[in-house]
Design a protein. Structure first.
Length: 71
């Protein structure tokens, strides 16, 4: 029995779905593992970086300069 064109199309669609599903499943497992295992270890460093960033001087300000004669 020969496989019809419609059957080939359905099979290709199923194959594409399975490949995409597996791709997103691997990404989901990776994200889950990062949040479960790596984030608790990295969180204190991320928090400290955020606090240090907020407490740092703004770098966009220019210093006021006075002429030598005004001193």
């Amino acid at each position: 029995m020969l496989i019809g064109e419609q059957d080939v199309l359905k099979m290709q669609q199923r194959k594409d779905f399975l490949v995409k599903f597996c791709y997103w499943a691997v990404i989901a497992v990776y994200v889950y593992a990062v949040f479960k295992y790596l984030l608790p270890v990295q969180f204190p460093f991320v928090l400290a970086y955020g606090i240090a960033y907020m407490l740092a001087k703004p770098k966009g300000r220019k210093r006021l300069r006075m002429d030598r004669a005004a001193r």
